[in-house]
Design a protein around this ligand. Structure first.
Ligand code: ATP
Ligand code: MG
Length: 407
């Protein structure tokens, strides 16, 4: 069996049952792909009976479910002393601890009719183990290896190591936000961090075909697919940005180009948020990282929307972000060298201190600006991605086009 432990949301009083239900649904969805496996729920825990299914891929997929703090493989013995000892020996054989490993047995009698108490069980189980593995030494305070023995009426659970899982809040239990997904290192990490706080995210990517390549767009699809490994599925909106971007090119304000582009992105994201029922916009901004991420730039850019902008990475160093990107599996894709629309027509010296009034004046006098934003929203293509690639098109009509265009 696998034992899944819940994360910090167990503290959340009344919300607890809603959170548990959401998480259980996501666990079920993943376990369904392994027909032999069966779920057993218990207060504060979920067990997955393997029923002949392989443990490793199941652990790998379940460790990505937000809300699960840790996973332990469990061996089940009959609740009889002899069988418990035999299985403990087998369990230890499988672990094959290195000589000198410190260890202890930590028994708990949950079933009160079992003839031996917890303390007694510690001795009754550790005795034969020490005899069979003379290289083990006991350390009751800080052992490297702790064999847990839970004696229950229907069987005794033996388990040891906790495999760390994603933790956080079950997906969607803290609402929904739109995430601006570029092909870079930061925004996929921002997506993961948001999802871990229980936010459902829908991704929005702006591309400037033919200035940006199909490969660049595919890269973003692939990144979103990696993210879907954590959420089960993820929605990606692909917004054509060429018209808007080129309309900024001829106005003789090159140093404000990025400011204008970012504000347009936020406006479009706001319209899509309204359509999709999302209440915030998430970006991969990190304070001071580039010209558009100075406090002054964030201030001017942020005023283009009334929605709260969440910046999960705002105080993180690039090194920390990169490390997280490697851990969650997006880094290798992110460093593929395809250009993003923001690297196009980029001025040599983008401003780090834009003036809000000037920016607003430019936008107000740009012919057809509002209409172009509406058009970009109307031409947005939406796809729902899953880790396995068996997409469900968000819109039946678009299905054929998407098949041809995106995959
Ligand atoms: P990243 O590594 O995520 O690309 P970055 O350090 O390159 O971030 P910028 O290019 O300045 O930073 O982008 C800042 C944020 O703006 C990104 O994290 C992302 O949220 C958003 N963004 C930038 N370009 C795009 C795009 N083409 N489509 C959608 N969002 C974008
Ligand atoms: Mg970028």
């Amino acid at each position: 069996m696998l034992l899944l432990r819940f994360g910090e949301f167990t503290l959340k009083g009344k919300n607890r049952s809603r959170f548990e239900k959401t998480m259980l649904r996501q666990v079920k969805e993943r376990v369904r792909l392994y027909p032999g496996a069966k779920l057993i729920t218990e207060y504060g825990r979920i067990y997955v009976e393997l029923g002949g299914e392989p443990a490793e891929p199941l652990i790998a997929t379940l460790a990505k479910v937000f809300g699960i703090a840790s996973i332990s493989p469990v061996k089940v013995a009959r609740s009889e002393l002899e069988d418990i000892v035999t299985n403990s020996l087998r369990f230890m054989e499988a672990i094959a601890p290195a000589p000198g490993t410190t260890f202890k047995v930590n028994a708990r009698r949950v079933w009160k009719d079992f003839p031996y108490g917890s303390q007694e069980m510690n001795r009754l189980v550790s005795g034969p183990l020490l005899k069979a593995f003379p290289a083990l030494t006991v350390d009751v305070r800080e052992p490297e290896l702790e064999l847990r023995v839970e004696v229950r009426e229907n069987g005794t659970y033996l388990f040891c190591d906790n495999i760390q899982a994603a933790g956080g809040f079950p997906l969607g239990t803290n609402g929904k936000a739109m995430l601006l997904l570029s092909g870079g290192i930061d925004s996929p990490v921002a997506a993961w961090s948001s999802m871990r706080r229980g936010l459902e995210v829908e991704c929005i990517h702006f591309f400037s075909y033919p200035y940006t390549s199909r490969e660049a767009r595919q890269k973003v699809v692939d990144l979103a697919r990696v993210l879907s490994g954590y959420s089960g599925r993820i929605r990606l909106h692909l917004v054509p940005f060429t018209e808007i971007q080129t309309s900024f090119a001829g106005i003789g304000q090159d140093n404000l180009m990025i400011t204008l582009m970012r504000r347009s992105m936020l406006r479009i994201a706001t319209m899509l948020a309204e359509r999709e029922g999302a209440l915030a916009i998430v970006t991969g901004d990190s304070l001071g990282q580039v010209a558009s991420q100075t406090l002054s730039s964030m201030n001017v850019i942020g005023r283009a929307t009334d929605l709260p902008i969440l910046r999960p990475l705002v105080m993180m160093d690039k090194g920390e972000i990169t490390e997280l990107a490697q851990t969650i599996g997006t880094y290798e894709l992110s460093i593929l060298p395809y250009e993003d629309c923001c690297t196009l027509f980029v001025p040599r010296s983008p401003t780090t201190n834009p003036n809000l009034r000037i920016v607003e004046r430019i936008e107000a006098t740009l012919p057809g600006y509002a209409q172009r934003l509406d058009e970009a929203v109307a031409q947005t293509v939406t796809v729902d991605l899953t880790p396995h690639g068996n997409e469900r098109p968000a819109d039946e009509e678009e299905a054929a086009v998407q098949q041809e265009e995106w995959f």
